[in-house]
Design a protein around this ligand. Structure first.
Ligand SMILES: *Cc1c(COP(=O)(O)O)cnc(C)c1O
Length: 388
């Protein structure tokens, strides 16, 4: 226990200690955090679907019809009709032959990567990939080679150097979670084809958000059908919980047999699955929700830039506002919160030293009045701290 105490003291002394913020209300545009009413400007609930009446009704009906728990893993007694319906829905949405649902996006990456790459294989991974990809690579026991962020020249070099391996897996976030920029998908698809490697894309922040149909980065780049392993989550824009992988029938069949995080965990409960099915219906039938999201993102970005802030990337509803110094970033977050805006500071080790930032995410459910209020809080706090 002495060891734990020492470790905690170290974290505190180095400003790395993490504390939980308590949500006292739902993931709506206006909510209550740590007892204080504020504007929620950092939720992954991009489309506001956690509040959508159709999702809520579907979840309630599922509890009435199917009960509260799945009772077993998918391969034992937990494979409800609902799970199969959701997988068919995802496959259709992603224009893939089949899909498999995991309990979280984290588990989809862990299970997917460890099933697809082993001892004699090599994984080529973008340096800014999500922690769940990094953990999947570690657990796989495959050789893992990291390429500089979005550097397809470096990736090609690695592909040339790794011809001797049994299988090569290129893995990347579709939308990078801390920077909000997009993977160079067209080039990655070409390289995967040229060097006969598998390409896996994590669309956690793209599902429901990017592309004409909201189907993700492949939809955005017109590359549907070109990505072998399309991973995503049901916990962000989809407004529920769970993760998925979509791809060929053979791939999904293989994962059902080999992905340990799928095999050895109890299936997701009925309410969660029913809410996700309803979400895909809403995403298809109410495209104006996604249009609102993008209009809000553009409005806030241009307002912040006019105010004098530096936005690190402008390709998604994730808006990283560059501050630099980590102490100043945390002060900025505190002042924003004091003015009723909840947007956290992101600092090392989550991002490289000297690149601390406020990470804002917009939602479809923010009104112009909300965003104007946020802009004025940013302006006042930024001026006070000498950032703008
Ligand atoms: C959130 C996230 C995940 C994990 O998904 P969960 O469903 O929250 O477990 C995986 N990859 C990326 C890029 C993410 O942002």
């Amino acid at each position: 226990m002495k060891l734990l105490e020492r470790e905690l003291t170290y974290l505190q002394e180095n400003h790395l200690y993490r504390r939980l913020n308590r949500m006292d209300d739902s993931q709506a545009a206006r909510t209550v955090v740590n007892g204080k009413e504020c504007l929620l400007l950092s939720s992954n609930n991009y489309l506001g679907l956690t509040e959508h009446p159709e999702l809520k009704a579907a979840a309630c009906e599922a509890v009435t019809r199917w009960g509260t728990g799945a009772g077993g893993s998918r391969l034992t007694t937990g494979n409800l009709q609902l799970h199969e319906e959701l997988e068919k829905t995802i496959a259709r949405f992603k224009k893939a032959e089949a899909a498999i649902v995991f309990n979280t996006g984290y588990m989809a990456n862990l299970g997917g990567i460890t099933a697809l790459a082993g001892k004699n294989d090599v994984i080529l991974s973008d340096e800014l990939n999500h922690a769940s990809i990094i953990d999947g690579c570690r657990l796989s026991r495959a050789e893992t080679k990291i390429f500089p962020h979005k550097d397809t020249l470096a990736l090609e070099k690695l592909l040339q150097q790794t011809q001797g391996y049994r299988r090569r897996l290129i893995v990347t976030d579709g939308v990078f979670s801390m920077d909000g920029d997009l993977a160079p998908l067209p080039r990655l698809v070409e390289l995967a084809e040229k060097y006969r490697a598998l390409l896996m894309v994590d669309d956690a922040h793209a599902t429901g958000v990017l592309g004409r149909r909201g189907a993700g980065t492949a939809d955005h780049f017109n590359l549907e059908g070109k990505i072998h392993v399309q991973m995503g989550t049901l916990s962000k824009a989809v407004g529920s919980a769970g993760g998925y992988i979509a791809g060929s029938r053979k791939l999904i069949d293989y994962l059902r047999n080999r992905a340990r995080s799928f095999i050895f965990s109890t299936a997701l409960p009925p309410a969660v699955i029913a809410a996700a099915i309803a979400a895909f219906r809403v995403i298809e039938q109410e495209p104006q929700i996604r249009e609102n999201l993008w209009a809000n993102a553009h409005y806030l970005k241009s307002g912040l830039k006019q105010t004098g802030f530096t936005i690190l990337a402008e390709e998604s509803p994730i808006i990283p506002i560059f501050i630099g110094d980590s102490g100043k970033t945390m002060q900025m977050a505190e002042r924003l919160f004091a003015r009723g805006v909840f947007a956290p500071g992101i600092r090392p080790p989550t991002v490289p030293p000297g690149t601390s930032r406020i990470r804002v995410t917009v939602m479809a459910t923010h009104t112009r009045e909300h965003l104007d209020r946020a802009l004025s809080a940013f302006k006042q706090s930024g001026e006070e701290l000498g950032i703008i």
